[in-house]
Ligand binder design. Structure first.
Ligand SMILES: [Zn+2]
Length: 278
């Protein structure tokens, strides 16, 4: 009986510790993953990967370059460039490990969403420019990466799946899908500024939120959007609701996370989720 008294506080503290660890981005240097590279920021260096500026995050007096690794990266040695104030550039190497992603076959009823017509292609072209602008957004503020899960739901599709729509190969799945009934509120994963919203051909109604230093969250297929460009949102604020707009097989939130202009697996930044794919 006495033993329980000692075990219980120990268990509680263990739970709290692991929650804290889970909220911090996880070092997982694979294609579509993240590398956390320790760095001394006393001299305020600037860090680049593939020529894109890289966010610097800190925890317990240690700072890290938070490097997003593109999904099409081959395994092997890569390097970040650290630019010091005295104009010298240091290359720091890290190893990207191989990762194999499964294939996923989906049937889309609206065939135009798989094979768009000429008018659709015009629209898609314009939307690509807007998306690219949002992806490249940079603000020199402190970045918070203690993300929360944006929707109460079930994971219906994981990041990185090699996708086939109506048996035709398309780009791999670049986000995390959380299925929930239409109208379920969507929460901002972190505090930030709304930098883009609109109705897009493939993504449906969507929102981009800048969280600082190139860390950007993107929400797609929404039934409604409750925010507008320039809005400052709190972490956990309702920004809209789950829907099935754009290219979908049912109502869900598609969550994308950009780090140095690269879409990475959101699960490496989110608290642990129970995965129950269909
Ligand atoms: Zn998706």
């Amino acid at each position: 009986m006495k033993k329980t008294f000692f075990i219980l506080p120990a268990l509680i503290s263990l739970l709290i510790t692991s929650t804290e660890l889970l909220a911090f981005p996880k070092h997982n240097p694979v294609p579509g993953g993240l590398a956390l590279i320790p760095i001394n920021i006393d001299l305020k260096p600037k860090v680049f990967f593939n020529k894109h500026p890289v966010a610097i995050i800190s925890k317990d007096n240690q700072s890290f370059a938070l490097v997003g690794i593109p999904l099409d990266t081959n395994a092997g040695k890569k390097s970040i460039q650290i630019k010091w104030p005295n104009k010298t550039t240091e290359n720091r190497e890290f190893e990207v490990k191989a990762k194999t992603y499964e294939a996923q076959y989906l049937t889309i009823k609206n065939k135009r969403k798989v094979n768009p017509n000429a008018k659709d292609l015009e629209r898609i072209k314009k939307e690509r420019i807007r998306k690219s602008k949002a992806r490249k957004y940079w603000s020199d503020t402190t970045v918070n990466t203690d993300l929360i899960i944006p929707v109460a739901g079930r994971i219906s599709s994981i990041f990185g799946l090699r996708r086939f729509f109506n048996n035709q190969a398309r780009r791999p799945h670049s986000g995390l899908d959380i299925a929930a009934p239409e109208g379920t509120p969507i929460l901002a994963v972190e505090a930030g500024t709304v930098i883009e919203t609109g109705d897009f051909f493939f993504s449906g109604n969507m929102v981009y939120i800048d969280h600082g230093q190139g860390v950007i969250s993107m929400y797609a297929h929404m039934s409604r959007v409750d925010v507008k460009i320039g809005d400052i949102v709190e972490k956990g604020q309702i920004i809209g609701a789950v829907g099935e707009t754009g290219r979908v097989t049912g109502p869900h939130l598609h969550l994308g996370i950009y780090v140095n202009q690269t879409l990475v697996d959101p699960t490496f930044l989110l608290p642990e989720l129970k995965i129950s794919t269909k």
